[in-house]
Write a protein that binds this ligand. Structure first.
Ligand SMILES: Cc1cc2nc3c(=O)[nH]c(=O)nc-3n(C[C@H](O)[C@H](O)[C@H](O)COP(=O)(O)OP(=O)(O)OC[C@H]3O[C@@H](n4cnc5c(N)ncnc54)[C@H](O)[C@@H]3O)c2cc1C
Length: 390
């Protein structure tokens, strides 16, 4: 276990102060809830962050990054949340597929594609899940056949977040149908404007159309868009899934602290000196306990980051904890609102019920995306505890 060296601690403090100074000067955008408006505002915000050197903080400089450490990235993410500033829009590129392209991509892929991913000029989506391949991802059937300098891709993906807004997709395809299911999978980078791609948005329970079905009908993808080796995409897919889990806890922890702070101060304002009912006090108490548990866990995560271990099965512990906490926290906030949450578009007593109702509904997705809670438990049982496969 690494303890942070004194020099690094001083450097991180300095970096935190720089972030605070910058965030105090810049105009922080208001984020509208309707999806298309939100997308436009957050894309502009990503461009401003990139121009000021706050995106790709831990990425190498040849890929357009700043060449600093994951801890610098964490420090900036914390300051962003504490300043009530939004995250950039391209998080699937930045936190999920981009790190795998940075690690396994060719020099052309890294230098041509990644700087535009960081700047927000190109938005990326992750084409992994299919109608019959979610938890059992290795059963995927979208196929790619080699034809000269191209792969020809046919099949269907589903739940592809932001596919309708994306310029690029990191796509898992089956390139050898005769190999065992974890073999014969390849990792392709697909230009979403290619002929033969149809994207159909799906409506979520929040009312947003954030994810989509994506159909591929003989889509031609240049062979230089293959990441890693032909038929050896599975370890890369595992890297992408691990990256999604690692670091996510650190980012969300501060978001929750801010959400709980905001909700409690809105409720306090509404009560205006009256004593809070027991129901309110116990919901606030529960959120505080949940945050302290997450704090304790993230200390271990920070140590792993400092040790530069990359994604590990331990990330599943973080993800599982986070799934439960996010749902507990937003359910508690919804409980704080009481019957007022049934008027989400108004602002009764100044309460931002629209935000809280949206976040409460969205929190139901946490135990599904990035691998369901049941799958995280399986990983912990098999890979951390060494129990036999169920
Ligand atoms: C908001 C949101 C955004 C998403 N974005 C993307 C995206 O951008 N790209 C992408 O590729 N995918 C995305 N997904 C898909 C997500 O990864 C899948 O939904 C998830 O992997 C589960 O797959 P599934 O929906 O097919 O459910 P299934 O795999 O069919 O699972 C159904 C139920 O069975 C349980 N189950 C399945 N297998 C086991 C097992 N072996 N042991 C115990 N229980 C099991 C599951 O836990 C679940 O409760 C997104 C999902 C959501 C909700």
């Amino acid at each position: 276990m690494t303890l942070l060296g004194n020099e690094l601690v001083v450097e991180l403090d300095r970096y935190r102060q720089r972030a605070r100074d910058w965030l105090a000067e810049v105009t922080i955008p208001e984020v509208p809830l309707p999806l298309t408006e939100k997308f436009a505002v957050l894309r502009d915000w990503q461009k401003s962050l990139y121009a000021a050197g706050w995106v790709g903080i831990a990425w190498s400089t040849d890929a357009g990054g700043q060449g600093l450490t994951p801890l610098h990235h964490l420090v900036f993410t914390e300051e962003l949340a504490r300043a009530r500033a939004p995250q950039p829009i391209g998080l699937i590129g930045l936190d999920v597929v981009g790190p795998s392209i940075e690690r396994y991509g060719t020099s052309w892929q890294r230098t041509e594609l990644l700087p535009r991913l960081l700047s927000g000029d190109d938005i990326w989506c992750q084409g992994f899940s299919e109608p019959e391949a979610g938890s059992d991802l290795a059963s995927l059937r979208t196929r790619a056949v080699i034809d000269g300098d191209y792969f020809v891709v046919s099949g269907q993906k589903v739940w592809t977040s932001w596919a309708h807004m994306s310029q690029w997709c990191a796509l898992l395809v089956r390139t050898d149908p005769n190999a065992p299911k974890h073999k014969g999978i390849s990792y392709l980078l697909v230009d979403m404007s290619s002929p033969g791609i149809t994207v159909r948005p799906l409506v979520q329970m929040t009312g947003d159309e954030e994810f989509c079905e994506v159909f591929f009908d003989e889509v031609r993808v240049p062979r230089r868009n293959l990441v890693g080796q032909l038929n050896e995409g599975w370890p890369l897919a595992i890297h992408t899934l691990g990256t999604e889990r690692a670091g996510y806890t650190l980012r969300r922890r501060v978001d929750y602290e801010v959400a709980v702070d905001d909700a409690v101060s809105e409720i306090r304002h509404r009560l205006r000196g009256e004593g809070a009912p027991d129901r309110v006090n116990s919901a606030i108490g529960r959120t505080q306990v949940a945050l302290r548990v997450l704090d304790a866990q993230t200390r271990k995560t920070i140590t792993r980051l400092a040790d530069k271990l990359g994604p590990t099965p331990e990330d599943s512990v973080d993800k599982l904890l986070l799934n439960d906490l996010e749902q507990d926290i937003f359910a508690s906030i919804a409980e704080l609102l009481g019957p007022l949450r049934s008027s989400p578009s108004a602002r009764p007593f100044g309460l931002n019920t629209e935000r809280w109702v949206h976040d409460h509904l969205y929190s139901r997705a946490t135990s599904i995306y990035g691998g369901t809670s049941q799958i995280q438990r399986n990983i912990i049982a098999e890979r951390l505890l060494g129990l036999p496969r169920g």
